[in-house]
Structures are given as C-alpha cells and as structure tokens.
Ligand binder design. Sequence first.
Ligand SMILES: Nc1ncnc2c1ncn2[C@@H]1O[C@H](COP(=O)(O)OP(=O)(O)OP(=O)(O)O)[C@@H](O)[C@H]1O
Ligand SMILES: [Mg+2]
Length: 226
Amino acid sequence: MTITLKNVHYAYPDSLDKPVLNIPDWVVGSQEQVFVHGPSGCGKSTLLNLLSGMLAPTVGELSILDKRLDQMGQHQRDRFRANHIGYVFQQFNLISYLNALENIQLATHFGKHGRSGVKQNEIEALLEKLNVSPADWNKQANTLSIGQQQRVAIARALINKPELLIVDEPTSSLDQHNRDNFMSLLMPLAAENNITLVFVSHDLSLSRYFKRIDALSDISCLKGDE
Ligand SMILES: Nc1ncnc2c1ncn2[C@@H]1O[C@H](COP(=O)(O)OP(=O)(O)OP(=O)(O)O)[C@@H](O)[C@H]1O
Ligand SMILES: [Mg+2]
C-alpha cells in the first residue's frame, strides 16, 4: 500500500475543539490514481498536507510507502517528502525570480539523487516532454504564462522520480482548454512512471480522468459516526 490512514484526526492548533478531519480508514494502493473531491473548506488541502508530512496528525496512524509519518519529527518528514513525494500546488508556487530551469534544479538539490544526481539533460528532456520550449527555459517564472507555469510545476514535481504525486486543485485558475491540456499531460506521465497519484479538486468534471473517485465526506466523518 502506498497510503494507509487509521483513525487519523486532525485539528489546527488554534481550533482544537473543531477537528477538520476524522478518517477511520483510508487506503490507496501502489500506482492507483485517486480523485478526491469535496466543497471548498471541507479539508482537501489539509488532507494533502498530512499525506505529504507538512502537517502531522493530531492522533492516529499515517503510513506512506510503509513508513509511519506520524512517528517522525518535522525534519524527518521534510526529508521523506523530498525523497519520495512530488507536490503540485494550487498556485504552482514556483520561485518567481528563478527561471524555469533553476526552479527544477533547485528541487533536485533536495531530492534523493542529491546535488549531482539529476543530469541537466534529464531536466531538459522532461521539459520538452511537457511542451516547454527551450526559448522559455531561461525565462523568470513570473514572466511565464499560466499554462507554462503549470507545466514547469509538473516537471518540478516529477524530476526526483517520486513514488507518490500529490496534486492540489491546480486547474482552478485555468480555462477549459488549459485544464484539459494539464490533465492530458499529467495522467500519462503518472502512469508511465508508475506513480501513485492523489488529485484533489472541487471540480467534478475532472473526475472523468480517473477510475477511482472518493468524496472527502465518505473518507472523513466529522459527527463521531465512524
Ligand atoms: N492554517 C490554518 N489554521 C487554522 N485553520 C485552517 C488553516 N488552514 C485551513 N484551516 C481551516 O480548515 C478547514 C479546511 O481547510 P482546507 O484548506 O483544508 O479546505 P479545502 O477543502 O482545501 O478548501 P478549498 O477547496 O477552498 O481549497 C477550513 O475550515 C479552514 O478554515
Ligand atoms: Mg484547498
């Protein structure tokens, strides 16, 4: 199993009396591609932050690739994320003053292959695969179009060959055409690289790209009715 959650509760420290998530049992198998949907504010990003180790469960067992993240400290979780998890953020979160290539190179510094492990030509091949043309590689991220930024963000998430890819509603600011482009680049790359994919969105029209579709309200029950 890539992901196993057992009796995971999460409440933000400033509102401990109002848990955001209560997940009795949720499992995602290796190489599954799961679409998780739910309305704004229901806890989708919080779930992804738990899976990636940016947050730790308040209570409960959370294993990723058979490692207990709930038993690790922040530093170990950061290391684990750098080595095993790719993350595409809602706003892409590229570093605006670095160019496209530098944004990806920076990710490789922190990854499991280390400073010299990912060759420049691997980065270039990935960018070409994602239709980012060489003319754009040296452009500062904040001067790239939204479509180009999303493709650079996918490259950054994939360059360290993660076993798990987490994608947080990256299409919400895109028009239909770019949304379809994004999905048709992402899905085959995940499959080709045998990556487990957890993709969250409130946009149910994207669910057609997935075989497995989970409502967050089915994963997480907040009324103590587990
Ligand atoms: N850092 C934080 N501190 C306190 N509460 C937070 C924090 N981040 C989120 N919350 C609260 O947790 C709940 C879930 O938020 P979350 O961001 O996970 O929702 P979401 O499903 O991702 O929403 P959206 O679709 O709008 O992105 C919300 O009620 C939100 O107000
Ligand atoms: Mg969110």
